[in-house]
Structure formats: C-alpha cells, structure tokens
Ligand binder design. Structure first.
Ligand SMILES: *[C@@H]1O[C@H](CO)[C@@H](O)[C@H](O)[C@H]1NC(C)=O
Ligand SMILES: *[C@@H]1O[C@H](CO)[C@@H](O)[C@H](O)[C@H]1NC(C)=O
Ligand SMILES: *[C@@H]1O[C@H](CO)[C@@H](O)[C@H](O)[C@H]1NC(C)=O
Ligand SMILES: *[C@@H]1O[C@H](CO)[C@@H](O)[C@H](O)[C@H]1NC(C)=O
Length: 226
C-alpha cells in the first residue's frame, strides 16, 4: 500500500508538451504540483544549472548570476518567467520544493529556435541538425502533423505529399529540404523525423514568411513587413 502510494505520488508530475519559442521571446513556466507555504523553492535548468532560489522564511528571491536581469519570479504562484531566450536555453526546466526533502513540482521542456525570416515568394533551405543513419527513413512535417515529404531509404524513393508537389526539393545526401515559393501560410514549425524502430526528431526550424514591402500588400500578403 505504501509502495503504491509512493509510486502514485512520484508519477504525478509528468513532463508536459514541449514549449516552442523563438530566440528573443519569453517563456512562462508554471508550477504543476502543491507547494507549501513553508517550502523553499528553486528552479533549475538541465538538472544542475541553478536559475533562482526562493526562501520562504525571509521571502527573498535570489537569481543566480547567469540569470540576473532576465528572470522573474512570482512569489504567489511560484512561476518563473524567462526573458530574452537564446538557443542555449533549450532544455529541461524543473522547480523543486524543499522542506525536509526535495520534491519536483514542475517540469517543462523548452525548445528555442532562431526564426528564419523569408519573404513571400522566396525559398528556404532547411538542414538536418542531428545524426541520420543510412537505414533510416526520413519524413519532413509542418506544424506537427502536416506531411510535406517522405523518403524511404531502402528504395531511395522520395514522395512529396500533394500539397507540396512541385515546390519541395529533397537532397538524398544531406536529407535537407528546400521549399520554394513560400506563402504567408507556410509560416510555422518545420521538423524532420528519422525513423528506424522509432521516430527521432533530427531537425527543427521555425520559419516566418513576411511581405517584402508595403506595396506588395494584398490579401495573401498582409500586415508584416521587413
Ligand atoms: C512543440 O513541438 C513539438 C514537436 O517537436 C510538438 O509535439 C509540440 O506540440 C509543440 N508544442 C507546442 C506547445 O506547440
Ligand atoms: C540541455 O539539455 C539538452 C537536452 O535535454 C541539450 O540538448 C542541451 O545542449 C543542454 N544545454 C545545456 C546548456 O546544457
Ligand atoms: C527574424 O525576425 C525576428 C523578428 O521579426 C527577429 O527577432 C530575428 O532576429 C530575425 N531572425 C533572423 C535570423 O534574421
Ligand atoms: C503553424 O503554426 C504557427 C504557430 O507555430 C501558426 O501561427 C500557424 O497559423 C500554423 N499554420 C498552419 C497552416 O497551421
């Protein structure tokens, strides 16, 4: 019974859907489990890098030097806001509440992208960022679910999905994707997944498609300019 209870307690905090943000943006990280008024609280990055400590008895907040000036802590909700995110801020964020022993009360995975800014009508070249094995099949997807193209390693066949036919080019040596004649609706998240026994994300790019100029403003090309 006791073991069962411990098991239930320890599985309460499960990692949530990853948060995808752009370089320069902020991210707000909430607490997901009970924090007692007597708890001290600390937020850590990737298991060991300290971000900030909060001492309940003195109500003092102490950000670590690397985070000074770009971190905000809410003493009521214990949530953390990280500002001006950089690529190197990608990783796992955890909050630990501590009375007699530490308890993990929040777990968030954050991915920070350098957005690629392209104009309507232009092309974008998207590289692979992680290892792909010769035996891997590969597929590129848009916004999590929209299929762009599949590559089958055993037959060396490339199959673009209908919506992308004629404007998606795949390089079989580098596995990279070139998308041509981009439209505003192509703005979003591009991912490559390599698949052998299981899927692995091997590329992630955020692309913003802008209008070139005010003159070009039309119904398809509205409201965003360089
Ligand atoms: C972030 O990207 C991942 C895919 O890498 C996706 O599963 C997830 O839903 C995205 N998160 C949000 C909040 O859109
Ligand atoms: C944090 O961990 C992620 C994997 O979870 C890794 O990709 C990243 O390089 C790590 N960042 C730092 C700064 O340690
Ligand atoms: C893309 O645009 C955003 C905002 O418009 C800007 O912050 C970012 O630096 C730009 N990225 C590149 C690679 O030009
Ligand atoms: C793709 O996702 C972005 C947010 O990441 C959203 O702004 C855009 O509307 C989505 N586009 C489509 C066609 O689903």
């Amino acid at each position: 019974m006791m073991l069962q209870l411990i098991f239930i307690l320890s599985t309460l905090i499960s990692i949530t859907e990853p948060r995808n943000v752009s370089v320069g943006d902020s991210v707000h990280l909430d607490i997901q489990d009970l924090v007692l008024p007597s708890d001290d609280l600390f937020w850590v990055f990737n298991g060991s890098n300290n971000i900030l400590r909060y001492y309940s008895h003195t109500k003092q907040t102490k950000p670590y030097p690397a985070y000074e000036g770009r971190v905000e802590f809410n003493e009521e909700t214990y949530s953390l806001t990280l500002k001006n995110l950089q690529r190197t801020d990608s990783g796992l964020y955890e909050a630990k509440a501590s009375d007699h022993e530490d308890r993990v009360v929040a777990k968030h995975r954050v991915y920070v992208f350098e957005p690629r800014n392209v104009s309507v009508g232009d092309s974008v070249h998207l590289d692979i960022q992680d290892l792909v094995l010769p035996s891997d099949d590969l597929f590129w997807v848009f916004n999590g679910s929209n299929n762009i193209l599949r590559y089958y390693s055993h037959t060396k066949q490339t199959k673009p999905y209908p919506a992308y036919e004629g404007r998606a080019e795949f390089n079989e040596e580098t596995y990279s994707l070139t998308l041509k004649n981009l439209q505003r609706t192509d703005s979003g998240l591009y991912e490559a997944k390599a698949s052998d026994h299981e899927d692995r994300v091997v590329a992630k790019h955020r692309v913003y498609v802008f209008c070139k100029s005010v003159e070009e403003e039309t119904q398809q090309c509205c409201c965003y300019y360089f």
